[in-house]
Design a protein around this ligand. Sequence first.
Ligand code: FES
Length: 229
Amino acid sequence: MVDRKAARIAIIGNGPYVVTGNVPLAKESAVRDKKGIPVEWEILERYPGQEDYDLCRCGASKNKPYCDGSHHGIEFDGAETASRAPFSEVAERYEGVDFDLLDYKELCAGAQFCHRAGGIWEMVETSKDPKARQMAAEIAGQCPTGRLVVCDKRSGKPIEPSFEKSITVLEDPWRECSGPLWVKGGIPIESADGSEYEVRNRATLCRCGESKNKPFCDGTHVLIRFKDY
Ligand code: FES
């Protein structure tokens, strides 16, 4: 039985994401510079508010981003294969002078914000410069997946953007494909087996149905040119 009150995403086995708690839903896309590097996010459209709704996870719905039951017809295999270990245990640490960068590559959705300003990894090496630290924190915060996290060297605390609990449906017109669901603000995600994934400020959930790291996006949507239109 799904709890219909709290902001929450419950994964149904071989089925959709059941979103509860009146979570705002919008469509969002990256704004790119002349070289094609993403520099900021832009909301394209807001969906009508709903107390709860089901989002397609298999990629086959005719009513995307919502589920229309098509997962039954295609015998969707939604088996969850992602690690359950906390991010801090699986992420690689790049040590800088006044900040560290944590990086867990398995979560990459190919959003490409990490290429800004010459690349976030190079900024770790120049982190004596306060501007580098500021830019690295901004870029890491733009990564929708939570793959990249900048941590203050002294306190060890992550430097995270502030998000309201919300979900955005990502589109990538530059590469002519649709992307994952960006889950913002620490919405709990419950596995089909009833356990809970680590609650994070940023996460991206696969909606093309082809990720090898379900329920999270692994960038496969770019390779298969997934389109929800
Ligand atoms: S949406 Fe990115 S791998 Fe499916």
